[in-house]
Structure formats: C-alpha cells, structure tokens
Design a protein around this ligand. Structure first.
Ligand SMILES: Nc1ncnc2c1ncn2[C@@H]1O[C@H](COP(=O)(O)OP(=O)(O)OP(=O)(O)O)[C@@H](O)[C@H]1O
Ligand SMILES: [Mg+2]
Length: 286
C-alpha cells in the first residue's frame, strides 16, 4: 500500500483537542480530515515517536471490518522540519450540522448520578446508558459492548468517556451514535523492535500481552479492568452476547492482509501484530 504524501495538502483553520500528539486539519479530495501526527513515546526511551498512527489506522479499519462504523482513515507521511513522520488522516465526521458530543457530556446530563462525566467506573457507565433518553437504550448498550469487545481484541487501553460518543445537530435537535474514533492506543503503539523480537521468541513476554496488559480504561471498583479476566468471568450477559455477535464476523485472513499491506513497519512488527490479534482472538473471544 503506497503511503500518501500529506505534506503539501491545503490546510484549514479547524483545531482538535486530545492529549496524544499534534493535529491539524487538511483537505483531501474536497473533504476535511483531521491529520494526526505521531505522539511521543514517554514510556519507551528507545522510540522517538510512537506508532500511534499505525494503531489508529489498523484499529479503525478493524472496527469497520467487524461491522461497527468507525472513522475513515488513510496512512501517509508528513514532512516537517526535514523529518518525515508516519501520520494518519481521519475523515472529519462533524458535517451537515452535526457536532461531536462525547459520552462524558451525556453522562453529565444524568443529574442524580454522583460521578462526573469522565468517571469510567463500569457500573456508572451502564447506569448512564440505562437512564439516558437520547438514543434507544438497547442500541446504545449493544454499541458499548461491541466497542468493549473489539477494544479487548485490539488491546485498546484508552477508551475513556471522551473517546466515544454521539453526533448532535443543534438545528434539528437530532442525535445519533458517532463513528468510532481514537484508536491510537491500541496494538501496542509504544513497542520497539527489540521488544518485538523478544515477544516473538519468548512465550512469557507474549503471554503478558495477552493475559495481563493492556488493561481497559474502564474501571471495576476503582481498578482498570483486565480484559482477559473480565471476559472469562462471564459476569455480564451483555458482554457475552457482544462476543457472540463480533466473533462470527472476525476473519483473521482479512486482518492479516490489512497488516501485510503496510509499507511502513518491519516484517517482525507485522508478525507481532498478526500473532497478537490471533492470540487475543483465541484466548479472549473463543
Ligand atoms: N474523525 C474525526 N472527526 C471529527 N473530530 C474528531 C475525529 N477524531 C477525533 N476528533 C476530535 O478530536 C479530538 C482529538 O482526537 P483524538 O481523540 O483522536 O486525539 P488524542 O490526542 O488521541 O486524544 P486522547 O487525549 O483521548 O488520547 C477528539 O476528542 C474529538 O473531539
Ligand atoms: Mg482522544
């Protein structure tokens, strides 16, 4: 897959928030995109920049493959200060009068809730889903659990309440689910080549990345959820149902092809990603 060159694209004035990396707005084929530049890798001094853009691209594509609508993404390079960086263009979904309202802001509407919008305690999230009257409760509950299960598959550790939500139209007062966005923290964006090789050789290293981490941004009794233990506990019927829904859509060959087509990561990195997804699929979802 040939990388697109984003360097000379027309730039727009729209700005974007978020704590992980710089972002600008650009125009590709008359459409607005958020161009996400790679974030720093504070947890890994061996990497100058994380592979968060590759994670964003793969994560968004995997969601779309599994029938959960996600933002459209294109991978490319952006040249700044004589350095080429792998970047990802995310098609802007705020259009036709619709603006993003994250789940945190909807949680703030639940007046008798005693946790704030950004609180990610699971039971508070589920309570908000039951009490909100913006969209159908069953549709929202299914959406939440589908997202949780796919995040478990791709090892997303940052699905906080600001990283999913709704599209709201102030003129018509219409509201609907927003496409999935911000998958930049899935699939180990801060792993370096040495650690990749270690994981490919050493079962313990690989197993830790299946059974122990990453954990979810969602909390149970104040502690980040361990995806493996949580799923195996079968304590949440809606989670089990989502696994059944998602599992039958997973086609590992298709996901492997998506990874193999990437030009911007090493063969070992590809092997690592393919192994991680296969193992997480088998251990967590099967
Ligand atoms: N495809 C999109 N279209 C329109 N707006 C978007 C899109 N993707 C993200 N945004 C907006 O831009 C913000 C920043 O994007 P994103 O969440 O991807 O960045 P981040 O730096 O990784 O965030 P975080 O702080 O959660 O790590 C989002 O919170 C959202 O408001
Ligand atoms: Mg974000």
């Amino acid at each position: 897959m040939k990388l697109m060159d984003f360097t000379s694209l027309p730039i727009r004035k729209k700005s974007y928030g978020g704590a992980n990396g710089n972002k600008i707005s650009v125009v590709i084929n008359d459409e607005l995109y958020m161009l996400k530049l790679p974030s720093h890798a504070p947890k890994n001094p061996n990497l100058s920049y994380a592979n968060s853009c590759v994670s964003e691209y793969l994560g968004s594509h995997i969601f779309n493959m599994l029938g959960v609508v996600a933002q459209e993404t294109v991978l490319g390079i952006f040249n700044y200060n004589d350095r080429e960086r792998i970047s990802v263009a995310c098609k802007d979904f705020e259009k036709n009068g619709y603006i993003l309202k994250d789940f945190a802001s909807v949680k703030n509407q639940i007046i008798d809730s005693n946790s704030n919008g950004y609180g990610t305690e699971l039971l508070d999230i589920l309570e908000t889903i039951q009490k909100q009257q913006l969209v159908d409760q069953v549709e929202l509950s299914n959406h939440f659990w589908n997202m949780f299960v796919i995040d478990a598959l791709i090892g997303n550790w940052d699905r906080h309440n600001g990283n999913w939500g709704f599209l709201y139209n102030q003129e018509t007062d219409d509201i609907k689910l927003a496409p999935i966005f911000d998958c930049g923290s899935c699939l180990f964006p801060q792993i370096d080549e040495d650690t990749i090789i270690k994981c490919l050789k050493d079962k313990t290293e690989m197993n830790a990345r299946i059974y122990d981490f990453p954990t979810s941004a969602i909390l149970l009794n104040g502690k980040r959820i361990n995806y493996y233990k949580f799923i195996k506990s079968h304590e949440y019927e809606e989670c089990d149902k989502a696994i059944t829904r998602i599992k039958e859509k997973i086609d590992l060959d298709k996901i492997n092809l998506l990874i193999d087509e990437l030009d911007c990561i090493s063969d070992n990195h590809k092997l690592f990603l393919k192994n991680i997804i296969k193992r997480r699929y088998e251990e967590l979802l099967l």
